[in-house]
Design a protein around this ligand. Structure first.
Ligand SMILES: CC(C)(COP(=O)(O)OP(=O)(O)OC[C@H]1O[C@@H](n2cnc3c(N)ncnc32)[C@H](O)[C@@H]1OP(=O)(O)O)[C@@H](O)C(=O)NCCC(=O)NCCS
Length: 143
């Protein structure tokens, strides 16, 4: 299934809500840096990037239950990483509550929350929306 950029906001929000991921801070402008699979109005998978200084925050990775286990999550993250590299981000950070092992298998390393750069701490996801139990992870991007 093809991965494309910029899903329509209502369908992406519905998928995120179905996967119990935070949506309170997402407005229409955010979706320009989101990738999706399937119908742009009702995607089967989404992932987003927020650029913060010279790094990016990867967020909102969700694959519909019926489409899981086929590599879609991995392909969405690969598309987001390629986009972050093209925008010259030096690293990707993320917060996850239940998928730390999944991201570790894809090159992300858990670090202390206190090690987050100020630009990442300033995002609403970091500051307010993700529970304190969420694990902070980072993947450096090679040139
Ligand atoms: C995590 C998620 C995006 C994976 O999507 P996916 O399309 O199934 O991912 P892939 O097909 O690329 O990878 C599937 C593999 O990861 C494993 N896996 C799935 N969820 C996992 C998790 N939470 N932790 C560890 N491994 C997980 C599967 O068992 C499978 O393993 P296998 O290849 O050995 O069979 C999807 O399960 C999801 O949307 N979960 C709910 C939302 C969520 O937790 N998002 C992350 C928030 S930051």
């Amino acid at each position: 299934m093809e991965i494309r950029r910029h899903p329509q906001a209502p369908g992406a929000l519905a998928l995120l809500a179905a996967c119990a991921l935070p949506v309170a801070d997402l407005d229409v402008a955010h979706f320009a840096d989101f990738f999706f699979s399937g119908d742009p109005a009702a995607p089967t998978g989404v992932v987003g990037l927020e650029f913060a200084g010279d790094v990016a925050l990867l967020r909102s990775l969700a694959v519909a239950a019926a489409a899981r286990g086929q590599g879609l999550g991995a392909r969405l993250v690969a598309a987001a990483e390629a986009h972050a590299r093209a925008r010259r981000a030096t690293a990707i950070y993320l917060l996850t509550d239940g998928a730390a092992d999944w991201f570790a298998a894809r090159g992300y390393r858990a670090i202390a929350r206190g090690a987050a750069p100020p630009s990442i701490r300033a995002t609403r996801q970091f500051a307010a929306l993700c529970p304190a139990s969420a694990v902070l992870m980072v993947k450096p991007l090679a040139g």
